[in-house]
Design a protein around this ligand. Structure first.
Ligand SMILES: Nc1nc2c(ncn2[C@@H]2O[C@H](COP(=O)(O)OP(=O)(O)OP(=O)(O)O)[C@@H](O)[C@H]2O)c(=O)[nH]1
Ligand SMILES: [Mg+2]
Length: 305
């Protein structure tokens, strides 16, 4: 756990340095008044918290205004409190319902969001908990996709169900789930192809996969997780909307928070969408993915011990 907190705060370094130095610049020997609050709002917006969310946070500051000198440290502490409140409803673990066997998790998202890598990391975590896990390589589109999943499968020591490149991904899922039922698997991950949210043909294909899965297991997928790349910034918000129109998104995973100074995007996502955030990623190794915790995230983002 201590290890994760270190990784989280170093992963969020780009974002926290930007916020901390910005706050330092605004509040050194200055009062908390309308002018400094406006500057603070601007800083939150440039950290990708979005106009709506930023103004909401600033409004909560307005009610506590004292018009006297305030330390940057105190501003950071208050900001972390407000952000934590916004994030808390999104802090929801991925619950595996063991009465549903196999528990089917479909992973969706745009190209390069981190779907395959995240499946690999989660497969390893669940396998280490003694669960029987398998993976379905439903990205039949990109040449190296199957191989990439197979490497993760070997690393985690779990079975990978794959077909020839270009084969029908919905049909492959049908067969893969049949196999998983036979093998008595606890959890099955379906790795889908990356699709840009503005390509309607690809979104239709996702609906088809979803429909075909239900033919073999009516309640499946039991979880449909949208992986979002934090470096996509505000575009991540529209990804939530478009993917939700195609399939029933049950939760989010936000990756690559280490790759941006705009980690505030997670705050905007939590504020605008009541969708659980299950995991966050702050790097490429397996230990860089962990369950999302509102308090830890808010404190790390504002660089508070
Ligand atoms: N820095 C960083 N890199 C990450 C993180 N998560 C994933 N990546 C990297 O992002 C790249 C893309 O990840 P993939 O898992 O292949 O993404 P994908 O969504 O499956 O991509 P497509 O299958 O092409 O749609 C890989 O190089 C990963 O190592 C993260 O949290 N931080
Ligand atoms: Mg992939």
């Amino acid at each position: 756990m201590i290890n994760w907190l270190n990784r989280l705060s170093s992963g969020l370094k780009k974002s926290s340095v930007r916020l901390s130095s910005g706050i330092g610049d605004i509040f050194t020997k200055k009062k908390l008044d309308n002018a400094t609050l406006e500057e603070l709002e601007e800083l939150l917006i440039t950290s990708d918290m979005g106009v709506k969310t930023s103004s909401k946070i600033i409004a909560s500051f307005g009610t506590q205004r004292q018009d006297k000198d305030i330390e940057p440290q105190e501003i950071r502490r208050r900001l972390a409190d407000e952000i934590q409140k916004i994030l808390l409803p999104s802090q929801q673990l991925l619950q595996i319902d063991f009465t549903q066997k196999p528990f089917v998790i479909m992973m969706v998202g745009v190209n390069g969001a981190g779907k395959t890598t995240t499946i690999g990391k989660l497969a390893q975590k669940f396998k280490n908990q003694g669960l029987k896990v398998s993976l379905i390589a439903a990205d039949t589109f990109r040449a190296a996709a199957v191989e990439q999943l197979q490497i993760w499968g070997q690393r985690a020591d779990v079975r990978v169900f794959a077909g020839p490149q270009g084969c029908d991904s919905a049909g492959l899922c049908y067969d893969g789930l049949g196999q998983a039922i036979k093998n008595d698997d606890d959890i099955v991950f379906i790795d889908t192809a990356g699709r840009l949210q503005n390509k309607s043909g690809l979104m239709e294909e996702l609906k088809k996969i979803d429909k075909v899965i239900k033919k073999i297991i009516p309640q499946a997928p039991h979880a449909t997780i949208l992986t979002l790349d934090a470096t996509n910034g505000q575009n991540a918000l529209s990804q939530v909307e478009t993917f939700s129109q195609a399939v029933n998104i049950s939760g989010l995973i936000i990756t690559k928070l280490d790759g941006t100074a705009k980690g505030g995007i997670l705050v905007a996502i939590a504020d605008e969408h009541p969708t659980p955030i299950h995991f966050i990623g702050v790097g490429e190794s397996i230990d860089d993915l962990n369950e999302f915790n509102a308090d830890d995230f808010a404190k790390s983002l504002l660089d508070i011990e």
